[in-house]
Write a protein that binds this ligand. Structure first.
Ligand code: DGL
Length: 238
C-alpha cells in the first residue's frame, strides 16, 4: 500500500512545512526531497522550473507516495495546475502566500515577502484581487537572493538583503507580514526585529491542516500507533 507522504522544496525551506505537518500527523511516514542542487527556484522560467519539479514528482511517485506536498510557494504558484493536469491520480497539496489570512484578519498594511517568481506569478495577483478589501494595502516585495542566502546559511548576506529590501517599509505602518517563501520562517526572528509590531503570517499551518483533511477525506491516514519515519533525499551542487 502507498503509505508515505512525499514533500519537496529547493532545499531546507520545506522543512518548516514538514515540521507543521508532523505536529498534526505524527504517525505518518515522509520522504523529504531537498533539491539544493537547483536552488534557487525563484528566478527560473516557468518552463525550466516545471522540468525540475516534474522530475522530482516522478521520483516521488516511483517511491509509491500517496500524496505530494509542494513545500515551496514558487513551485506551487507556477507548476501545481500543470502537475494536477498531468498526474490526475496523484493528490497534490501546494503552499501559497497566506494573503487571504492577512486580509480575513483585517490587517490594513500587509507586506508580502516572496521570491521574484512567486511575486510575479498570476496566482499571487489572483490572491490579491480575490481577497483585498478597499481599505487594505498589500505591498508585494520580491526578495531576490534571500532564499538562496538562507539555503547557504550566509548570515552576512541575509542581513544585507533584509536591510536592502525591508528598510523602506519600516515607516509604512506595516501590521502584518506574509512569509511567502518557505525559507523565510527560518529567519522570522530577524524579520520580526525590523517590524516588532507586525504579525508574521506563514502558510504552513494551513498546509498541514489541508494535508490532514485530504488524507481523511480519501481514507488514507496512517493508522499505526508508533511515530512515523522521515527519509531524506538531498541533491547538491557540484
Ligand atoms: N522555498 C521556496 C519558496 O517557498 C523557494 C525558494 C527558492 O528556491 O527560490 O518559494
Amino acid at each position: 500500500m502507498n503509505n508515505k507522504i512525499g514533500i519537496f522544496d529547493s532545499g531546507k525551506g520545506g522543512l518548516t512545512t514538514l515540521k507543521e505537518i508532523k505536529k498534526l500527523l505524527p504517525h505518518e511516514d515522509f520522504i523529504y526531497y531537498a533539491d539544493s542542487e537547483n536552488n534557487p527556484y525563484g528566478n527560473k522560467t516557468d518552463e525550466a522550473l516545471y522540468l525540475i519539479v516534474d522530475n522530482i514528482v516522478k521520483k516521488l511517485i516511483s517511491k509509491d507516495v500517496k500524496l505530494i506536498v509542494i513545500a515551496c510557494n514558487t513551485a506551487t504558484t507556477k507548476c501545481i495546475a500543470k502537475l494536477r493536469e498531468n498526474y490526475p491520480n496523484m493528490l497534490f497539496i501546494g503552499t501559497e502566500p497566506a494573503i487571504k489570512v492577512a486580509c480575513d484578519n483585517n490587517y490594513k498594511n500587509t507586506l508580502v515577502l516572496a521570491t521574484t517568481g512567486t511575486i510575479e506569478s498570476e496566482r499571487t495577483q489572483e490572491l490579491v484581487l480575490n481577497n483585498k478589501k478597499e481599505d487594505q494595502n498589500i505591498y508585494l516585495l520580491a526578495c531576490e537572493g534571500l532564499a538562496n542566502a538562507i539555503e547557504e546559511s550566509n548570515q552576512a548576506r541575509i542581513n544585507e538583503l533584509l536591510h536592502k529590501y525591508l528598510d523602506e517599509y519600516t515607516t509604512k505602518k506595516i501590521d502584518s507580514i506574509v512569509l511567502g517563501c518557505t525559507h523565510y520562517p527560518i529567519i522570522s526572528e530577524s524579520i520580526q526585529m525590523l517590524f516588532p509590531n507586525a504579525k508574521l503570517i506563514d502558510g504552513n499551518i494551513g498546509v498541514a491542516k489541508r494535508v490532514k483533511f485530504i488524507l481523511e477525506e480519501n481514507k488514507l491516514l496512517n493508522n499505526k500507533k508508533e511515530n512515523g519515519t522521515i527519509e531524506f533525499i538531498l541533491t547538491k551542487k557540484d
